[in-house]
Design a protein around this ligand. Structure first.
Ligand SMILES: Cc1cc2nc3c(=O)[nH]c(=O)nc-3n(C[C@H](O)[C@H](O)[C@H](O)COP(=O)(O)OP(=O)(O)OC[C@H]3O[C@@H](n4cnc5c(N)ncnc54)[C@H](O)[C@@H]3O)c2cc1C
Ligand code: FES
Length: 354
């Protein structure tokens, strides 16, 4: 099935904080874009004549909001986040790739469960979509959000979260954690860490810790510490979902390639949309880079092994990856690879892309 691209028109620009904006879009005429709560959209702006791609999670809810929305936080010196915040305005059109991602929840009215969301900074965006989507549909489900920000002014969706808490009183609880709050702050003054996660889980969930479902999205350190506390509490890994916005190896769109002198130039066959493409992959080049150099229009978004937009299956030969965090051990065992961080290790590599 081929990847779909759309041109979306900006409907509204909302200033959430001094460095964060939400962009809502009109659905294309005659064709509503369908997505799941927690998925991301790939924005493809043209900057200085070059098309660039970045992933942005939907902050809107597919079952509650009429418009599709993303929320972008400026990264210091970041190319795309600043371009979008500085220049994208109502009425502008922007190319996007269809929604993707596995960090999802499917609201189900027959379910009664506990969903715990841990977020930091811009990592709150998919969690907002998840909370807004689950609460109205699952009327017996409880949702908790533990949300780390720098200070009171940098809390994204502060009012919307307070309004949701009031609307779903007793079923939605937000715990704000601030690392550098004002003197008037009476809540937790720290970053979200293992001790805070453990205290929260014991106080709020007690014996139900292992039954809840967990969604984590924020800085790598926060994700590691919360995962440690969940693992120590014996939460099954299938109940822990994670979305990484930045590579744990540093950088977003760039993965530091580890020098592997055993890599040689190899010819790789890529099977995509019913065609067989042959590409020559140079040492230290990724399979995706080689394909793009040859103008083969493969799907991709983050180019850093985090989002899985470039997922393929290696059906012959051997491949090594710079970064494996985006895939589960089971997926790796089944031969799945991420072409943006994969290099052919042997001759005769064949990659199937759905
Ligand atoms: C699946 C997924 C979903 C995402 N969803 C969102 C979202 O909803 N909202 C959102 O704002 N972003 C989101 N991101 C991050 C987004 O895709 C970009 O990576 C981010 O906007 C930075 O892009 P840039 O072009 O501005 O920075 P770049 O030009 O790519 O990077 C500039 C410099 O900043 C550093 N850097 C990049 N990101 C960060 C960071 N977060 N913190 C500190 N330093 C950084 C880089 O290492 C680089 O040195 C998501 C990423 C992924 C993979
Ligand atoms: S493009 Fe995101 S994992 Fe490869």
């Amino acid at each position: 099935m081929s990847t779909k691209y759309f041109h979306l028109t900006v409907k509204e620009v909302i200033e959430e904080t001094a460095d964060t904006k939400t962009f809502t879009f009109w659905h294309p005429i005659h064709q509503a874009i369908s997505y799941k709560a927690g998925q991301f959209l790939t924005l493809i702006p043209v900057i200085d004549g070059q098309k660039v791609r970045r992933s942005y999670s939907m902050s809107s809810s597919p079952n509650k909001d009429a418009s599709i929305a993303v929320t972008v936080k400026r990264v210091p010196n970041g190319l795309v986040s600043n371009y979008l915040c500085d220049t994208l305005k109502v009425g502008d059109a922007i190319e996007v790739m269809e929604p993707m991602g596995h960090f999802v929840i499917e609201p189900n009215p027959t379910k009664s469960r506990t969903v715990v969301l841990f977020g930091g900074g811009s990592g709150v965006t998919p969690l907002m979509s998840i909370a807004k989507s689950v609460l109205p549909v699952e009327t017996a489900t409880k949702v908790y959000l533990v949300y780390g920000s720098r200070n009171e002014e940098s809390i994204i969706f502060k009012q919307q979260l307070a309004a949701l808490e009031a609307q779903y009183s007793g079923r939605f609880k937000v715990v704000h954690v601030l690392s550098q709050p004002s003197a008037a702050w009476t809540g937790d003054k720290t970053r979200i860490n293992q001790a805070l996660a453990e205290r929260f889980l014991t106080q709020e969930l007690g014996n139900d810790i292992t039954k809840a479902e967990y969604y984590l999205c924020g800085p790598a350190g926060m994700m590691e510490q919360v995962t440690t506390s969940l693992t120590l509490a014996k939460v099954p890994t299938t109940q822990i979902h994670q979305e990484h916005f930045t590579s744990t190896h540093g950088g977003t769109a760039i993965v530091e390639e580890e020098e592997d002198d055993s890599l040689k130039e190899q010819t790789v066959t890529i099977q995509y949309e019913g065609n067989d493409y042959t590409v020559v992959v140079k040492p230290h080049e990724t399979i995706l880079d080689a394909a793009l150099r040859d103008d083969i229009d493969l799907p991709y978004s983050c180019q850093a092994g985090m989002c899985t937009a470039c997922l393929g299956k290696c059906t012959s030969g051997k491949v090594v990856m710079d970064e494996e965090d985006g895939l589960t051990d089971n997926e790796i065992k089944q031969g799945y690879i991420l072409t943006c961080v994969a290099h052919p290790k042997t001759a005769g590599v064949v990659i199937e892309i759905d």
